[in-house]
Design a protein around this ligand. Structure first.
Ligand SMILES: C[S@@+](CC[C@H](N)C(=O)[O-])C[C@H]1O[C@@H](n2cnc3c(N)ncnc32)[C@H](O)[C@@H]1O
Length: 277
C-alpha cells in the first residue's frame, strides 16, 4: 500500500454501460438515511456502492452480479490489488492494436490475469462496452482512445480499501430475496428496458434481460417492499416501466447518455427512479 494516498476517494474502476456515477447528485435525496446492510444485485461499475461506502464506512455491503468475470475482477481488486496493478502496468506499456486483439483472444485461467484482462479491455475497447457472443466470448472492437488510462493504480488501491468491507457474489438478482432483511437497503439497476429498437442495452452478457425478466424483477421488488426493505430501482422512462411500478413513488431523473446502440448520439434522456415507499 502506498503512503499518503489513503485519503483518495474510490471511484468505479470500470467504465460500465448505464454507470450511475454522474447521476449521484440526483439520486442522493432519495437514498434512505437509516439502513442495515446495503445490497447491489446488478453491480456493473458499482457507482452507488462506491458512493455509499465512503459516506457510511461502518456499514455492511453485499455486491452481486450474474457476470462471473466481472465479479472475479472485483474480488481480485479487493484481495490481490498489487498483482492486478502490476499486470495492468504491463498491459499499459504494451498497449497497441495487435496487443488488444491478442489479449482479447486469450483465455487466461488465473483469476488475477483474468481480472487485469477485463480491466484492460474495458479501458481500451469501443465505448467501454461489455458484450459477448453466443459462446460467451468478449467481442467488442478496439476503441478510438488516444491515450487510455489503463492502470490507475491509486484508484485501484482506494477501491481495494473500500471493497474490504464487501461480500461479493456471482448471483442472479432473485437471490437477494434470500438475504435482504427488514430495514436493509437494496438498489436495483437492471439492464434497462429498451425505449426503442435501437436503444437496447440489454446485451451485457450471454444472459438476456427481456420483458419476462423485467416482470420477475417487479415481483422481487414487491416482495422486498412488503418485507420492509428500502428499495430503489432505476430503469428507462417508458410506459411499460411506469405501468409495471404503478402505485409506487416514481421520480424522473435526467441523464445524458448514449441514446442509440452505437453510442454516437448523445443527449438528455429521462430515466425513472422507483421507490418502495
Ligand atoms: C445497468 S448495469 C449496472 C450498472 C451499475 N449500477 C453502474 O453504476 O455501473 C446492469 C448489470 O446487471 C447485470 N445483470 C444482467 N442480468 C442479470 C441478472 N439476471 N442478475 C444479476 N445481474 C444481472 C449485468 O451483468 C450488468 O453488470
Amino acid at each position: 500500500m502506498q503512503r499518503g494516498r489513503e485519503h483518495l476517494k474510490a471511484r468505479p474502476f470500470l467504465k460500465w454501460a448505464g454507470g450511475k456515477w454522474g447521476l449521484l447528485s440526483q439520486y442522493e435525496p432519495f437514498f434512505p438515511r437509516d439502513w442495515g446492510t446495503y445490497h447491489e444485485p446488478f453491480l456493473g461499475g458499482g457507482a452507488v456502492f462506491f458512493h455509499l461506502a465512503q459516506v457510511y464506512p461502518e456499514r455492511g455491503f453485499v455486491l452481486s452480479d450474474i457476470n462471473a468475470d466481472l465479479v472475479n475482477a472485483y474480488c481480485c481488486v479487493r484481495d490481490r490489488v498489487e498483482e492486478v496493478v502490476a499486470l495492468l502496468a504491463y498491459h499499459q506499456a504494451h498497449h497497441s492494436r495487435d496487443y488488444y486483439y491478442a489479449l482479447r483472444a486469450s483465455k487466461p485461467v488465473d483469476p488475477v490475469q483474468r481480472a487485469a484482462r477485463l480491466i484492460y479491455l474495458n479501458k481500451t475497447c469501443y465505448n467501454g462496452l461489455y458484450r459477448e457472443n453466443a459462446s460467451g466470448e468478449f467481442n467488442v472492437p478496439l476503441g478510438r482512445y488516444r491515450n487510455p488510462r489503463i492502470c490507475d493504480a491509486d484508484n485501484l488501491r482506494a477501491a481495494s480499501r473500500v471493497l474490504q468491507r464487501a461480500k461479493i457474489l456471482v448471483q442472479s438478482f432473485e437471490q437477494v430475496l434470500e438475504r435482504a432483511q427488514p430495514g436493509d437497503f437494496v438498489y436495483l439497476d437492471p439492464p434497462y428496458y429498451p425505449v426503442s429498437e435501437t436503444s437496447s442495452f440489454t446485451a451485457y452478457s450471454q444472459y438476456a434481460f427481456g420483458q419476462a425478466e423485467q416482470i420477475r424483477l417487479r415481483e422481487v421488488f414487491g416482495i422486498l417492499a412488503d418485507r420492509g426493505v428500502h428499495v430503489l430501482l432505476s430503469n428507462s422512462d417508458c410506459p411499460f416501466v411506469r405501468e409495471l411500478y404503478r402505485g409506487y413513488p416514481i421520480h424522473t431523473i435526467v441523464a445524458s447518455r448514449a441514446i442509440n446502440c452505437h453510442g454516437r448520439k448523445r443527449g438528455p434522456v429521462t430515466e425513472v427512479l422507483v421507490l418502495s415507499r
